[in-house]
Design a protein around this ligand. Structure first.
Ligand code: FAD
Length: 455
């Protein structure tokens, strides 16, 4: 059986779906097929914390996510907020009273307009700071509040560690339902004649078009397409290899937990809260000795990286909280059987209790209603995505979206559509494509950066 389409998108995660959406809805209405052996949105996209932010250490990434948030907000407007977009912001906490390099990165990340967007609240100054009282994305402020007034921090973030001396409150940030966004886009794709073909692409032949061998559960079929989009998530490199290409990507496994905050220790109005500081996990002396004595666990008694995060999930009247800590730095080959670590929930809890000490109430007895899951951050060394043409004519890549693919999907889809259809591209599009590797100065700067925005 041979199916003929204009564009084949390999992978039906949030990124592939967003590409198919922008292409299928474009003026020329091309015939688009998404190909995936799994149910749409069921691999990495199902593990996402579903948070979004326009806070990055480089203005290209800020512009990219700002564009994506614009597009998500447009979907929210046209769908009566079906994607449940909220905007209480990100609260980045540190015990440093004057976090010089953090503030420098903040200014660099927001580029020339940065100064106008950043409001500093020091002790003794009449404060104009507005706490995140509401989750409404339409009335939330923009820009960033830098709070360096301990009293104000205590009043507005009562659950935080009393040693916190600075909070950066990023206001264009919050969370969405990625699954709802995916379903909304899939419905629109289908309404435009697009379709999902179940099966794994196992071979690609490039003649006058792309001939794809698609292995279904029972039989193989083939799909012929003029254009190919590789949006295979953790397998983006494998699909590129079917074209004889190598992509500069690795996969790093990361985990999350969510549980019912039965003791109500996390304020339901708390923004997505991130502890930026490195830490020694809060083990007892006995636990620390046991961990140190075993070479396999010794690392848990040593200083751990910052960026541990926690947020309420399910709105003001919900009870669940979501926690994550992307401390793993070791690339590995993705396996269907995910390597979740049974100790992760307790490690996560101990780490998160440093910023929200109320969480100590759960030490040793996490609630039974707990979910522990994970997925791969598919990433480049510089943690920028790969969006644009591949070396093979007619082939495009949409991948390496690391820990920001849910928030970056809409912009990725729109950029891929612009590349495929030959439309005008925004300035930030080229540096996000493979073309950037030819720009030695840019790459040198990116690879020398101490912060690549991994959360
Ligand atoms: C723990 C965790 C937390 C995260 N938190 C956030 C967050 O808070 N905010 C955020 O924005 N992002 C977050 N992310 C990142 C985000 O989830 C990913 O960047 C995004 O889901 C990637 O989407 P994708 O479509 O590229 O990949 P996937 O969802 O993995 O989809 C790829 C699809 O390709 C298919 N495929 C692979 N090979 C083939 C083949 N040969 N033929 C056909 N199909 C194939 C797979 O079956 C799969 O369905 C998080 C990720 C993880 C792991």
């Amino acid at each position: 059986m041979k199916t003929q389409v204009d564009i084949a998108v390999v992978g039906a995660g949030i990124v592939g779906i967003a590409c198919a959406y922008s292409l299928a809805l474009s003026e020329r209405r091309p015939k688009v097929a998404l190909i995936d052996p799994l149910a749409p949105m069921s691999l990495t996209s199902a593990a996402s914390g579903e948070n979004y932010r326009n806070w990055w250490p480089h203005p290209v990434m800020t512009a990219f996510t700002d564009y994506s948030i614009d597009l998500m907000e447009a979907v929210a407007r046209e769908s009566d907020n079906r994607l449940h977009i909220t905007r209480r912001g990100y609260a980045l906490a540190t015990r440093q009273a004057d976090p010089e390099s953090l503030l420098r990165q903040l200014h660099e990340g927001y580029g020339p307009q940065g100064a106008a967007k950043i409001r500093v609240h020091k002790a003794g100054s009449p404060s104009t700071y507005r706490p995140a009282e509401s989750a409404d994305w339409q009335t939330a402020p923009d820009g960033v509040d830098v709070i360096q007034d301990r009293r104000l921090i205590e009043r507005c973030f009562p659950s935080f560690d009393r040693e916190v001396a600075t909070v950066l409150h990023i206001r264009r940030a919050g969370d969405i339902s990625g699954q709802q966004l995916g379903s909304h886009m899939l419905e629109r794709i289908r309404a435009c004649g697009g379709r999902v073909i179940q099966g794994r692409v196992t071979a690609i032949e490039r003649t006058t078009a792309f001939d794809l061998t698609v292995k279904g559960e029972e039989a193989s079929s083939s799909v012929r397409a003029d254009v190919l989009v590789d949006a295979a998530g953790p397998s983006v490199g494998e699909v590129a290899a079917l074209l004889g290409e190598t992509l500069p990507v690795t996969n790093v496994f990361q985990q999350k937990i969510a549980f019912e905050d039965v003791q109500g220790v996390v304020d339901r109005r708390m923004p997505f809260a991130i502890d930026l500081d490195r830490q020694l996990i809060d083990w007892t002396d006995e636990e620390r000795t046991l961990l140190t004595d075993d070479p396999a666990t010794k690392w848990l008694a040593e200083p751990m990286p910052g960026a541990i995060h926690c947020r309420p999930d399910g709105g003001e009247h919900g009870r669940w909280i979501k926690l994550g800590w992307a401390y793993n730095r070791q690339p590995s080959s993705p396996t269907a059987d995910l390597p979740t670590d049974a100790n992760f929930p307790e490690i996560m809890l101990r780490g998160a209790s440093r910023l929200n000490p109320g969480l100590r109430a759960y030490y040793g007895h996490l609630p039974s209603r707990l979910s522990h899951y994970g997925g791969y951050y598919t990433m480049t060394r510089e943690n920028w995505p790969l969006i644009g043409p591949m070396a093979t004519k007619g082939a495009f890549v949409a991948g390496a979206l690391s820990g920001y693919g849910t928030m970056g999907a809409c912009a990725t889809g729109a950029l891929v559509a612009a590349w495929v259809l030959g439309e005008k591209l925004p300035d930030f599009a080229r540096p996000l494509s493979l073309v950037r590797y030819d720009d030695k100065a840019l790459m040198q700067g990116l690879l020398a950066a101490t912060n690549t925005g991994v959360l």
